[in-house]
Design a protein around this ligand. Structure first.
Ligand code: NOJ
Length: 503
């Protein structure tokens, strides 16, 4: 049964290991690799696909992309998906997480016209995965909103709840026979804060302190409606699972003995992770109380007659609560809190100013991405915090990964995976955190949003100077392959950086 890997396990069998630390994953723990449509597919304007917000941004404001690239061809996965599947099969993954391009399936964004080529493409991909016994884990929305819907206000438009529900309905109906694991939204924080409260992501609306909160209102309602639709209409016959993937930058106090910093780190985690997790995963529901209070206070200080963060009424609190079968976590890094006040980079008003804390990235080893510092212990702390804050939910790590500039001997990536995976084992065995699966970001170097191809997260190197986008395996492919074959952290010397070996 190809569709049984990700779902339906009640018990994890615990196996302990050597004094050197845990190395063996529990029976039933699953591993996968992730991508997203806009980052890999290319074929941006062929076979009926319409323009999405990232096409628009990278074409009209190319200076916003670090290396001036775009997703027009990307990894050409629209044409080369069979190569993708071969690579996945070679690595031995249990599942492949990828996303649907809304604009490829519904060019107007609405269900008035369903694009047959878009439907065919995803069926072909799903069939190719099934042939290799690789389970699909499909994200409905990974940031590439059809521009037609952005023209109507995008996620700041309450009507988007219906448009997303209709799109989800079509996908469940059309593909639900082949897909047993769904993710509604990838990283709601990035969608709302970075794209509507800032210019860091498309459509770069930069309505700081306002648009970001309008977006979260719509997005959480849209998520809940898609969940209920699946739960009531499709789950009885399709027997699948549906969740949301929430991203974290985990905040820790710069000085763990400083009580103010400890309190502020908790506030920051509630603003970042709790913004989307609290409404779904707590008994109480709704936004975290500290968030409600802080934004209300700031709004009053700004002379506004009401808070910029509108609270959900009881109907929506109840409707949103409990709408995820698992807690999906995308995690990469930890930042520090150094004290109270307005962060020097905060706009006014803004989400960051509403937190009321000063942050720094000055922690851990570096990667090619400024924001990504290597802090494995922060991952364990986040996971323990999720267990205690959200009533011990079953968790899937839906992304985790490391960027460099594209070297084939990617020891930095290997040691990142090894150290972060080791922390997962620690919390499974020592703290009984229910982590059931792990997804590495990403199959191949791809269009890293505003960083273009300048920051590379892939297992496979992609040569974007060649029209056929040749892929070359990095050393991490062998590392992951061995991990998957043995379900144990590889101990081979060949995976250790030679310069470190000599030390
Ligand atoms: C999270 C996003 O989901 C993904 O699209 C992105 O490429 C990675 N983080 C790395 O930044």
């Amino acid at each position: 049964m190809p569709h049984s890997v990700l779902i339906g396990f009640a018990v994890l069998v615990i196996c302990h290991t050597s004094q050197a630390g845990y190395t063996k994953f529990p029976d039933g723990f699953t591993f996968g690799v992730a991508t997203a449509a806009h980052q890999i597919e290319g074929a941006w304007n062929v076979s009926g696909k319409s323009e999405n917000v990232w096409d628009r941004l990278s074409h009209t404001r190319p200076e916003m992309i670090a290396d001036g690239t775009n997703g027009d061809i990307a990894c050409d996965s629209y044409n080369r998906y069979r190569e993708d599947v071969e690579e996945l099969a070679y690595m031995g993954v249990d599942f492949y997480r990828f996303s649907f391009s809304w604009a490829r399936i519904l060019p107007s964004g609405r269900v008035d016209f369903v694009n047959p080529d878009g439907i065919r493409y995803y069926h072909d991909l799903l069939d190719a995965l099934a042939e290799k016994n690789i389970e699909p884990l499909v994200t409905l929305f990974h940031w590439d909103l059809p521009q037609t819907l952005q023209d109507l206000g995008g996620w700041a438009n309450p009507k988007m709840v219906d448009y997303f529900r209709d799109y989800a309905d079509l996908c469940f109906k059309e593909f639900g026979r082949k897909i047993k694991s769904w993710i509604t939204f990838n990283e709601p924080y990035e969608i709302c804060e970075d794209a509507y409260g800032d210019e860091k992501k498309a459509p770069a609306i930069d309505s700081h302190g306002v648009g970001n909160y309008l977006c979260s209102d719509t997005l959480l309602k849209a998520h809940a409606e898609a969940y209920h639709l699946y739960n009531e209409t499709y789950r009885p016959t399709q027997n699948g699972r549906i969740m949301i993937s929430i991203n974290s930058i985990w905040y820790e106090p710069s000085d763990t003995n400083n009580a103010e910093q400890v309190t502020l780190a908790e506030v920051a985690n509630q603003f970042k992770f709790g913004w989307f997790a609290h409404p779904i995963f707590t008994e109480e529901g709704g936004y975290p109380s500290v968030m409600v209070e802080n934004v209300a206070q700031q709004s009053a200080a700004e002379g506004l007659p009401k808070s910029r963060l509108e609270q959900f009424d009881q109907y929506w609190i109840d409707r949103i609560k409990g709408t995820s079968d698992f807690l999906g976590i995308n995690h990469y890094t930890t930042h520090l809190i150094t004290g109270a006040g307005v962060d020097p980079i905060a706009k006014s008003p803004s989400w960051l100013k509403d937190i009321g804390a000063v942050t720094t990235m000055n922690v851990g080893g570096e990667s090619a991405s400024e924001w990504l510092r290597v802090v494995p212990t922060g991952f364990a702390n986040l996971l323990r915090w999720c267990k205690s804050s959200y009533n011990d939910p079953p968790i899937y790590i839906t992304e985790n990964g490391f960027s460099d500039r594209g070297t084939l001997q990617d020891y930095g990536r290997i040691s990142y995976f090894n150290d972060y995976l080791s922390e997962i084992l620690n919390v499974i065995y020592d703290d009984n955190v229910k982590v059931l699966g792990y997804t590495a970001w990403t199959l191949m170097d791809n269009f890293e949003w505003r960083a273009g191809f300048s920051e590379r997260f892939g297992f496979y190197f992609v040569d974007i100077t060649q029209p056929d986008r040749p892929r070359t395996p990095k050393l991490s492919v062998e590392y992951f392959r061995q991990l998957l074959a043995t379900r144990e952290l590889p101990q081979d010397e060949r995976f250790k950086d030679p310069s470190m070996r000599r030390l």
